[in-house]
Design a protein around this ligand. Structure first.
Ligand SMILES: [Zn+2]
Length: 274
């Protein structure tokens, strides 16, 4: 299956290829659920498009240079009633402020330059993977190339509680962005036949008022460590996706809640409260 921008996010592409977001969608440690991931692949579950999701897409459209089309294609960005009818909703006015903050920072703009939304595919751990790089600069300097991903997030400094591991984590770890960058670096290297990884960068902009921003860089040690997370978990994902193993329900996510059936009473004495 040959990928392009119009079929990259299709169900067919997700069935054929593994992606970082699909990999994470199987893993409870990233808020994933095997049953929901499989329902999605079977076309039985569609993730709701929240405003938070749309803000991310809005800022990405700016980075790609397609914000005008994006606004024209998404009337839900605009208020439809009251004295503000026809104006951008307040959260997207805030997204414009986020964009201004990025535009006013020369180092961030340097990291975000280059070719936009570049697709690669390659094999990794026995599966075909697809990646789409936000900003691609393989010849950033004579010595090294970089790629950059743009993230909108809540707060750069607030730790995220992982209820499964019962610990606080940096948002980059909690949301598996380190895994994303490692897989991107490895797939790009294989797809191009390059000897060395490009240096992954991440531009983060927060939805706070005023927005905070940061430019993160990942080292080769970070890539190696995060590839090990994939290595240690991919066999189970492979088994479930191929149908060889039964998908486990998390009984917590929106999909499990909407399809929940009570088989027997839950004994109070067996609840693990502490
Ligand atoms: Zn679930």
């Amino acid at each position: 299956m040959k990928l392009n921008k119009s079929n990259y996010f299709s169900l067919d592409a997700d069935r054929h290829y593994m992606s970082v977001s699909q990999f994470k969608s199987f893993l409870p440690v990233y808020g994933g659920c095997e049953a929901r991931a499989m329902a999605k692949l079977h076309g039985e579950y569609v993730q709701k498009e929240t405003d938070a999701f749309l803000i991310g897409k809005y800022v990405h459209a700016w980075n790609e240079g397609t914000l005008a089309e994006f606004k024209a294609d998404n009337p839900s960005l605009y208020s439809s009633r009251g004295s503000t009818a026809g104006q951008l909703k307040s959260e997207f006015k805030a997204a414009n402020v986020m964009i201004e903050k990025l535009e006013s920072d020369s180092l961030i703009m340097k990291a975000l330059a280059g070719q936009k939304e570049v697709i690669f595919t390659a094999e990794l751990f026995g599966l075909e993977w697809k990646i789409m790089i936000d900003s691609y600069q393989p010849n950033f300097t004579a010595a090294a190339g970089i790629f950059t991903d743009l993230k909108t997030t809540q707060d750069l400094n607030k730790l995220v509680y992982n209820s499964l591991l019962r610990q606080y984590e940096h948002f980059i770890v909690a949301y598996g962005y380190n895994v994303q960058f490692a897989v991107y670096a490895e797939i790009e290297k294989q797809a191009t036949g390059r000897d060395e990884w490009l240096i992954p960068h991440m531009v983060a902009i927060t939805k706070q008022d005023p927005p905070d921003k940061e430019l993160y860089q990942f080292d080769y040690e970070d890539i190696t460590a995060a590839l090990n997370i994939v290595r240690n978990n991919i066999d189970r994902v492979k088994e479930v996706k191929s149908g060889k193993a039964l998908a486990v329900r998390c009984e917590e996510c929106d999909y499990c809640r909407s399809t929940k059936r009570i088989i027997k009473p839950k004994r109070f004495a067996e609840l693990a409260v502490y």
